[in-house]
Write a protein that binds this ligand. Structure first.
Ligand SMILES: Nc1ncnc2c1ncn2[C@@H]1O[C@H](COP(=O)(O)OP(=O)(O)OP(=O)(O)O)[C@@H](O)[C@H]1O
Length: 337
């Protein structure tokens, strides 16, 4: 991979988990492009398949899960779904930096952060380990931490918020140009969250990265993402430029998510939680629209026919009610399940 922001093309991706009821899809027929140099946010409630989709970028879905169909083409690496063993290990860390959702718990409790940093550097053939430590201290310093002290610490000596920032440092320190951040700010207070998101944006711009941010918090994507993809029941239901999607959401689920945000100004009672709950693997409908049970625009066709993804300029929406808009053109959504 060159030293430039890579483009990523996810096409018809389906990921299944083995359950007592057979293999069920957590991600189904997802098609998404990450433009080089962009920050894309994926938002959706718990269980919508965000983490499973993010893990697929590293071909890191673990049993009982497996990628059952589709491809993930990353510039310079090819289709990572086909990568195995050493090739795959090298790609992770060096080309793809990743902060796991449970970043607070992903450190080794027996080793200092500095020792883990050196292990990471050695396992990726970094010659200049001093330079690596310098870089780590610099990144930690920018995130408001005393770098030398953090590198000398064990996991138990750090707060949840500090571990989260260590996770972000480890994802960035090898200079990967594709960075995946899964819930990067969940353990943080509002001020620290804003600070971390500012740093994510700065480092993204300085280094020329392609960044994917996974979150249940629409405020986080509003803060950082150029483009926003909304996920529900393993499907992408709406995508587009963040401002356009937030300013004029089209899919009823996106509208529901936005209406559920309490505003700082105005009546707190105006925030309306979306009624009902998202489906689990066992309750996701096998045919028809995955959102219909909670949808105020439900029509008969929604019970039987999966809505196609329809493009209107840069906006993509999968909804029968919205599909009737006259200026739309249909794009094929591949199903590999
Ligand atoms: N190891 C597993 N075995 C079985 N089912 C799983 C496994 N991991 C995830 N799932 C199921 O797959 C679906 C998608 O989970 P995933 O963690 O990708 O969603 P998410 O949107 O990231 O949610 P969260 O933010 O809560 O992690 C959920 O229904 C979840 O229960």
């Amino acid at each position: 991979m060159s030293n430039q922001a890579p483009g990523v093309r996810i096409d018809g991706l389906t990921v299944v988990y083995k359950t007592p009821a057979g293999e069920l899809p957590a991600v189904r027929g997802v098609t998404l492009t990450l433009e080089p140099g962009s920050i894309t946010g994926i938002v959706g409630e718990s269980g919508s398949g965000k983490s499973t989709l993010a893990l697929s970028l590293l071909n890191a879905v673990q049993p009982p899960g497996r990628i059952a169909g589709g491809s993930v083409e990353i510039d310079g690496l090819g289709d990572v779904v086909g990568l195995r063993g050493e090739e795959l290990r090298k790609a992770r860390g060096k080309h793809i930096g990743y902060v796991f959702q449970a970043a607070q718990n992903s450190l080794n409790p027996l080793k200092t952060v500095g020792k883990q940093l050196l292990d990471l550097g050695r396992s990726h053939g970094v010659d200049d380990l001093r330079g690596l430590v310098r870089e780590a201290k610099e990144l930690l310093g920018r995130m408001g931490l005393d770098g030398a002290r953090v590198l000398d610490s064990h996991q138990h000596e750090l707060s949840g918020g500090m571990r989260q920032r260590v996770g972000i440092m480890l994802a960035l320190v090898l200079n990967a140009h594709l960075v995946v951040l899964d819930e990067p700010t969940t353990a943080l207070d509002m001020i620290t969250q804003a600070n971390i998101l500012r740093i994510v944006r700065e480092v993204h711009a300085e280094r020329g990265l392609t960044t994917l941010v996974i979150t249940h918090d629409i405020g986080v994507v509003a803060e950082v993402a150029d483009r926003l993809a909304v996920m529900y029941g393993g499907r992408l239901v709406e995508q587009g430029p963040t401002r356009e999607v937030l300013g004029a959401p089209r899919h009823p689920y996106t509208r529901g998510l936005i209406q559920a945000i309490p505003r700082l100004t105005g009546d707190i009672g105006e925030a309306r939680a979306l009624p009902g709950r998202p489906p689990t693997l066992a309750t996701v409908p096998k045919q028809g629209c995955v959102f219909r049970e909670r949808c105020e625009l439900r029509m008969d066709v929604c019970d039987t026919v999966d809505p196609e993804t329809v493009a209107d300029g840069p906006r993509l929406v999968a909804c029968h009610a919205v599909n009737s808009a006259p200026a739309s053109t249909t794009v094929a959504t591949k199903e590999h399940a």
